[in-house]
Ligand binder design. Structure first.
Ligand code: ATP
Length: 338
């Protein structure tokens, strides 16, 4: 039995959560997968109701679960996800950008993963007023840089595709911080002689993600750069509606769409739930690996091929060039689960 904590979030969060739950229930019925989902509150709505964006009870339930699925939260995102990442030591943020058929994509045949350091950089919230100016602390440590580099190399080994890691930084300008990050990746690379290693400045990477995205395999980078590049990569393959992500630590993991709460389309049945459904697919892969449970791998495959089949048949939500609603899309995915 897997106990799954689910934060339903704000904006389109509750809609895509409903879709994702329905898909999991369908898989559960067909494969007798023993999962129990507990819905939890966090985000803007929780803040209004309880005075806390991340209530203690939510945190306690997450800690008791096997994994967490988190829909996007709104304005209070920093008080929820950044806190959870740090508190649970979810140091690796994994953001795949993969081509699906019939997408309004810039290019096809893309299968890359951005491995983003998740605990340091400018996202630690250490910002101060200094007279008429404001300063932010950018912390990059050797330990965290080596840890994320190792994760990226292991991922390139496991994926067994182009067997390549690209370290992305801007060490020509940020000589101390990114200099340390680049050096750490370089050191770790020496232990993985069978994986091709290269380095790229972040501006060149932003350009190459448009120009020749198919040449990338695993990109390893710092927190802020990873956040920006993964939105870009998502758009290159067809848009945020198809983009899942994982936040992984040594003992626990949290899975969430790359996108935010998308208030502009909330409640309009216009959200593409694939981002969250594919996040659940990533969760099953992680549970499979952690517990050596083949059934979880089977479930992950079934979920992905159901989504793949639906878009291959040209059945799509508006964001990816179609005209069907969130609920209709969900029903198609469910009927595609074999
Ligand atoms: P954040 O800064 O929290 O990541 P954001 O304001 O940059 O959020 P997002 O919510 O990530 O914006 O999304 C940007 C736009 O992309 C949305 O306004 C919405 O129109 C579109 N979008 C995002 N996710 C989806 C989705 N799942 N389905 C359809 N459209 C989406």
């Amino acid at each position: 039995m897997y106990q799954i904590a689910l934060i339903t979030g704000d904006g389109i969060g509750p809609e895509i959560s409903e879709s994702m739950i329905k898909v999991l229930e369908a898989v559960n019925d067909r494969l007798d997968l023993k999962i129990k989902i507990e819905k939890l509150e966090a985000g803007d709505n929780a803040l209004k109701k309880t005075g806390k964006a991340l209530p203690e009870s939510t945190l306690e339930s997450i800690k008791k679960s096997n994994a967490c699925l988190k829909a996007p939260v709104g304005e209070s995102a920093a008080d929820v996800i950044i806190v959870l990442r740090r508190m649970l030591n979810l140091y690796a943020n994994i953001r795949p950008a993969k081509s699906y058929p019939n997408m309004p994509a810039l290019k096809n045949n893309i299968d890359l993963v951005i491995v983003r350091e998740n605990t340091e950089d400018l996202y630690t919230g250490m910002e101060f007023d200094l007279g008429n100016a404001a300063v932010a602390l950018r912390i990059i440590s050797e330990n965290a840089s080596r840890r994320i580099a190792k994760y990226a190399f292991l991922m390139a080994t496991q994926r067994n595709q182009k067997r390549k890691v690209t370290c992305v930084h801007k060490s020509n300008v940020m000589r101390k911080t990114d200099g340390l990050f680049a050096r750490s990746c370089n050191e770790v690379a020496k232990g993985f002689q069978d994986i091709h290693f290269d380095q790229m400045y972040v501006d060149a990477c932003a350009m190459n993600l448009i120009r020749q995205p198919e040449t990338f395999d695993v990109i390893v980078t710092t927190n802020l750069f990873g956040d920006i590049l993964s939105d870009e990569a998502a758009q290159v393959v067809g848009g945020l509606g198809m983009a899942p992500a994982a936040n992984i630590g040594d003992d626990f993991a949290l899975f969430e769409p790359v996108h935010g709460a998308a208030f502009d389309i909330a409640g309009k049945q216009a959200a593409n739930p694939s981002s969250f459904i594919l996040s659940a697919k990533m969760m099953f892969e992680w549970l499979g690996m952690k517990n050596n449970d083949q059934k979880c791998f089977e479930v992950a495959k079934k979920i992905e091929s159901a989504v793949y089949g639906v878009v291959q048949n040209g059945i799509k939500t508006k964001d990816i060039g179609g005209n069907i609603t969130t609920s209709e899309f969900t029903e198609h995915v469910i009927s595609n689960i074999t």
